[in-house]
Design a protein around this ligand. Structure first.
Ligand code: SAH
Length: 234
Protein backbone atom coordinates (compact mmCIF):
# COMPACT_ATOMS: atom_id res chain seq x y z
CA UNK A 1 0.00 0.00 0.00
CA UNK A 2 1.24 3.46 -0.88
CA UNK A 3 1.73 5.95 1.90
CA UNK A 4 -0.45 8.60 0.26
CA UNK A 5 -3.86 10.16 0.74
CA UNK A 6 -5.73 10.16 -2.63
CA UNK A 7 -7.80 13.18 -1.56
CA UNK A 8 -4.66 15.19 -0.87
CA UNK A 9 -3.19 14.27 -4.25
CA UNK A 10 -6.47 15.17 -6.00
CA UNK A 11 -6.48 18.57 -4.27
CA UNK A 12 -3.04 19.44 -5.64
CA UNK A 13 -3.89 18.08 -9.10
CA UNK A 14 -6.98 20.29 -9.28
CA UNK A 15 -4.93 23.43 -8.68
CA UNK A 16 -1.94 22.36 -10.76
CA UNK A 17 -2.53 24.69 -13.71
CA UNK A 18 -2.06 27.69 -11.41
CA UNK A 19 1.17 26.43 -9.83
CA UNK A 20 3.49 28.94 -11.51
CA UNK A 21 1.17 31.94 -11.14
CA UNK A 22 2.87 33.91 -8.35
CA UNK A 23 -0.49 35.49 -7.38
CA UNK A 24 -2.34 32.15 -7.09
CA UNK A 25 -2.88 29.77 -4.17
CA UNK A 26 0.82 28.99 -4.56
CA UNK A 27 1.88 32.55 -3.77
CA UNK A 28 3.28 31.50 -0.36
CA UNK A 29 5.52 28.87 -2.00
CA UNK A 30 6.78 31.44 -4.52
CA UNK A 31 7.44 33.91 -1.74
CA UNK A 32 9.32 31.54 0.56
CA UNK A 33 11.31 29.91 -2.22
CA UNK A 34 14.28 32.31 -2.37
CA UNK A 35 14.61 32.07 1.44
CA UNK A 36 14.66 28.28 1.56
CA UNK A 37 16.80 27.97 -1.58
CA UNK A 38 19.50 30.25 -0.16
CA UNK A 39 19.41 28.49 3.21
CA UNK A 40 19.74 25.03 1.62
CA UNK A 41 22.50 26.23 -0.69
CA UNK A 42 24.45 27.91 2.11
CA UNK A 43 24.51 24.69 4.13
CA UNK A 44 24.79 22.05 1.41
CA UNK A 45 26.38 23.96 -1.57
CA UNK A 46 24.19 22.27 -4.14
CA UNK A 47 26.09 23.11 -7.33
CA UNK A 48 27.00 19.87 -9.11
CA UNK A 49 25.32 17.80 -6.38
CA UNK A 50 22.74 15.08 -6.89
CA UNK A 51 19.51 16.24 -5.27
CA UNK A 52 16.09 14.62 -4.89
CA UNK A 53 13.08 16.82 -4.09
CA UNK A 54 10.38 14.68 -2.45
CA UNK A 55 6.81 15.97 -2.98
CA UNK A 56 8.09 18.47 -5.56
CA UNK A 57 4.64 19.46 -6.86
CA UNK A 58 4.87 21.90 -9.77
CA UNK A 59 8.61 22.20 -9.22
CA UNK A 60 9.14 25.64 -7.65
CA UNK A 61 12.03 24.46 -5.45
CA UNK A 62 13.26 21.65 -7.74
CA UNK A 63 13.63 23.96 -10.72
CA UNK A 64 15.33 26.69 -8.70
CA UNK A 65 17.89 24.18 -7.41
CA UNK A 66 18.58 22.97 -10.96
CA UNK A 67 19.08 26.59 -12.04
CA UNK A 68 21.77 26.80 -9.36
CA UNK A 69 23.59 23.89 -11.01
CA UNK A 70 22.34 20.91 -9.00
CA UNK A 71 21.31 17.67 -10.75
CA UNK A 72 17.75 17.43 -9.54
CA UNK A 73 15.19 14.66 -9.55
CA UNK A 74 11.72 15.82 -8.47
CA UNK A 75 9.26 13.16 -7.30
CA UNK A 76 5.57 13.40 -6.43
CA UNK A 77 2.50 11.17 -6.64
CA UNK A 78 0.10 13.78 -8.03
CA UNK A 79 0.19 13.53 -11.83
CA UNK A 80 -0.91 16.97 -12.91
CA UNK A 81 1.56 18.93 -10.79
CA UNK A 82 4.32 16.70 -12.21
CA UNK A 83 3.17 17.45 -15.77
CA UNK A 84 3.13 21.18 -15.02
CA UNK A 85 6.63 20.89 -13.56
CA UNK A 86 7.91 19.07 -16.64
CA UNK A 87 6.36 21.57 -19.01
CA UNK A 88 7.69 24.56 -17.09
CA UNK A 89 11.23 23.14 -17.09
CA UNK A 90 11.00 22.44 -20.80
CA UNK A 91 9.74 25.92 -21.63
CA UNK A 92 12.51 27.48 -19.56
CA UNK A 93 15.15 25.21 -21.07
CA UNK A 94 16.33 24.12 -17.63
CA UNK A 95 19.01 21.43 -17.75
CA UNK A 96 19.84 18.86 -15.05
CA UNK A 97 16.20 18.42 -14.05
CA UNK A 98 14.03 15.30 -14.19
CA UNK A 99 10.64 14.43 -12.77
CA UNK A 100 9.17 11.04 -11.84
CA UNK A 101 5.97 9.74 -10.36
CA UNK A 102 7.31 7.45 -7.65
CA UNK A 103 6.77 7.12 -3.90
CA UNK A 104 9.64 8.17 -1.62
CA UNK A 105 9.71 4.68 -0.12
CA UNK A 106 9.98 3.05 -3.57
CA UNK A 107 12.78 5.37 -4.70
CA UNK A 108 14.66 4.70 -1.45
CA UNK A 109 14.50 0.95 -2.15
CA UNK A 110 15.62 1.50 -5.75
CA UNK A 111 18.43 4.02 -5.14
CA UNK A 112 19.60 3.76 -1.52
CA UNK A 113 22.39 6.17 -0.51
CA UNK A 114 22.54 7.75 -3.97
CA UNK A 115 21.79 11.41 -3.28
CA UNK A 116 23.97 14.15 -1.81
CA UNK A 117 20.96 16.19 -0.76
CA UNK A 118 17.29 15.35 -0.10
CA UNK A 119 14.66 18.08 0.23
CA UNK A 120 11.12 17.42 1.42
CA UNK A 121 9.28 20.71 1.90
CA UNK A 122 5.66 21.39 2.89
CA UNK A 123 4.81 17.74 2.22
CA UNK A 124 4.96 15.75 5.48
CA UNK A 125 1.73 17.38 6.74
CA UNK A 126 -0.12 15.88 3.76
CA UNK A 127 0.83 12.19 4.18
CA UNK A 128 -0.72 9.47 6.40
CA UNK A 129 2.64 8.20 7.72
CA UNK A 130 5.21 11.01 7.80
CA UNK A 131 7.77 8.88 9.71
CA UNK A 132 7.89 6.48 6.76
CA UNK A 133 8.69 9.36 4.35
CA UNK A 134 11.39 10.60 6.72
CA UNK A 135 12.92 7.11 6.84
CA UNK A 136 12.86 6.97 3.04
CA UNK A 137 14.62 10.36 2.82
CA UNK A 138 17.29 9.09 5.25
CA UNK A 139 17.76 5.93 3.21
CA UNK A 140 18.15 7.90 -0.05
CA UNK A 141 20.90 10.22 1.17
CA UNK A 142 24.61 9.36 1.10
CA UNK A 143 26.56 9.16 4.36
CA UNK A 144 27.65 12.73 5.11
CA UNK A 145 24.75 14.12 3.03
CA UNK A 146 22.05 16.65 3.90
CA UNK A 147 18.30 16.22 4.35
CA UNK A 148 15.95 19.23 4.61
CA UNK A 149 12.38 19.17 5.85
CA UNK A 150 9.79 21.88 6.33
CA UNK A 151 6.30 21.64 7.74
CA UNK A 152 3.73 23.31 9.99
CA UNK A 153 3.84 23.25 13.78
CA UNK A 154 0.74 22.14 15.74
CA UNK A 155 -0.44 24.56 18.46
CA UNK A 156 -3.19 27.16 18.93
CA UNK A 157 -1.13 29.85 17.19
CA UNK A 158 -0.47 27.73 14.10
CA UNK A 159 -4.18 26.81 13.98
CA UNK A 160 -5.08 30.50 14.06
CA UNK A 161 -2.49 31.65 11.54
CA UNK A 162 -2.16 28.71 9.14
CA UNK A 163 -5.84 27.73 9.01
CA UNK A 164 -8.11 30.53 10.24
CA UNK A 165 -5.83 33.34 9.03
CA UNK A 166 -4.47 31.91 5.78
CA UNK A 167 -7.56 30.01 4.61
CA UNK A 168 -10.48 32.02 6.02
CA UNK A 169 -9.40 35.60 6.71
CA UNK A 170 -6.61 36.45 4.27
CA UNK A 171 -7.72 33.72 1.83
CA UNK A 172 -4.11 33.08 0.84
CA UNK A 173 -4.92 29.37 0.57
CA UNK A 174 -8.09 27.49 -0.43
CA UNK A 175 -10.20 26.23 2.48
CA UNK A 176 -9.20 22.68 3.37
CA UNK A 177 -5.61 23.08 2.18
CA UNK A 178 -4.37 22.01 5.58
CA UNK A 179 -5.64 19.55 8.17
CA UNK A 180 -4.68 20.69 11.67
CA UNK A 181 -4.49 17.12 12.99
CA UNK A 182 -1.68 16.40 10.53
CA UNK A 183 0.49 19.31 11.66
CA UNK A 184 3.76 18.20 13.24
CA UNK A 185 5.48 19.63 16.31
CA UNK A 186 9.27 20.14 16.25
CA UNK A 187 9.54 17.53 19.03
CA UNK A 188 7.72 14.94 16.92
CA UNK A 189 9.74 15.78 13.83
CA UNK A 190 13.02 15.65 15.76
CA UNK A 191 12.13 12.26 17.21
CA UNK A 192 11.33 10.80 13.76
CA UNK A 193 14.53 12.35 12.37
CA UNK A 194 16.63 10.79 15.15
CA UNK A 195 14.90 7.41 14.89
CA UNK A 196 15.52 7.33 11.13
CA UNK A 197 19.28 7.75 11.70
CA UNK A 198 19.79 11.47 11.00
CA UNK A 199 21.08 14.23 13.26
CA UNK A 200 19.27 17.58 13.40
CA UNK A 201 21.78 20.27 12.46
CA UNK A 202 19.70 23.44 12.43
CA UNK A 203 16.09 24.51 12.85
CA UNK A 204 14.67 27.78 11.50
CA UNK A 205 11.28 29.41 11.73
CA UNK A 206 9.54 31.09 8.86
CA UNK A 207 7.79 34.25 10.02
CA UNK A 208 5.04 35.94 8.02
CA UNK A 209 4.09 39.56 8.46
CA UNK A 210 0.50 39.91 7.16
CA UNK A 211 0.81 43.70 6.93
CA UNK A 212 3.91 43.83 4.75
CA UNK A 213 3.11 40.37 3.30
CA UNK A 214 6.77 39.48 3.69
CA UNK A 215 8.28 36.24 4.97
CA UNK A 216 11.62 35.96 6.72
CA UNK A 217 13.70 33.21 8.31
CA UNK A 218 13.90 33.59 12.08
CA UNK A 219 14.22 31.63 15.29
CA UNK A 220 10.43 31.55 15.75
CA UNK A 221 9.36 27.98 14.88
CA UNK A 222 5.80 28.38 16.22
CA UNK A 223 4.07 28.18 12.81
CA UNK A 224 6.09 27.29 9.68
CA UNK A 225 9.54 25.85 10.27
CA UNK A 226 12.42 24.17 8.48
CA UNK A 227 14.95 21.62 9.67
CA UNK A 228 18.38 20.79 8.25
CA UNK A 229 19.70 17.31 9.08
CA UNK A 230 22.83 15.35 8.36
CA UNK A 231 23.55 11.68 7.95
CA UNK A 232 26.73 10.66 9.73
CA UNK A 233 29.69 10.10 7.38
CA UNK A 234 30.51 6.43 6.84
N1 SAH B 1 7.43 20.65 -2.04
C1 SAH B 1 6.78 21.59 -2.93
C2 SAH B 1 5.27 21.41 -3.00
C3 SAH B 1 4.53 21.46 -1.70
S1 SAH B 1 2.80 21.15 -1.88
C4 SAH B 1 7.15 22.99 -2.49
O1 SAH B 1 7.38 23.19 -1.29
O2 SAH B 1 7.19 23.90 -3.31
C5 SAH B 1 2.68 19.48 -1.30
C6 SAH B 1 3.05 18.45 -2.36
O3 SAH B 1 3.11 17.16 -1.72
C7 SAH B 1 2.01 18.31 -3.48
O4 SAH B 1 2.63 18.41 -4.73
C8 SAH B 1 1.43 16.92 -3.28
O5 SAH B 1 1.05 16.28 -4.48
C9 SAH B 1 2.60 16.22 -2.63
N2 SAH B 1 2.24 15.00 -1.91
C10 SAH B 1 1.23 14.81 -1.03
N3 SAH B 1 1.23 13.54 -0.60
C11 SAH B 1 2.27 12.92 -1.22
C12 SAH B 1 2.81 11.61 -1.17
N4 SAH B 1 2.27 10.69 -0.38
N5 SAH B 1 3.88 11.32 -1.94
C13 SAH B 1 4.44 12.28 -2.72
N6 SAH B 1 3.99 13.53 -2.80
C14 SAH B 1 2.91 13.85 -2.06
Amino acid sequence: MTNADPQELAKFSELAHRWWDPESEFRPLHQINPLRLDWIDQLASIQGKRVVDVGCGGGILAESMARRGAHVLGIDLADRPLKVAQLHAMEGGVANLEYRSVAAEALAAEQPGQFDVVTCMEMLEHVPDPASVIQACTDMVKPGGWVFFSTLNRNPKSFLLAIVGAEYVLKLLPKGTHDYARFITPAELNRWIRESGLDTFQMKGLEYNPLTRIYKLSSDTSVNYLVACRKAAA
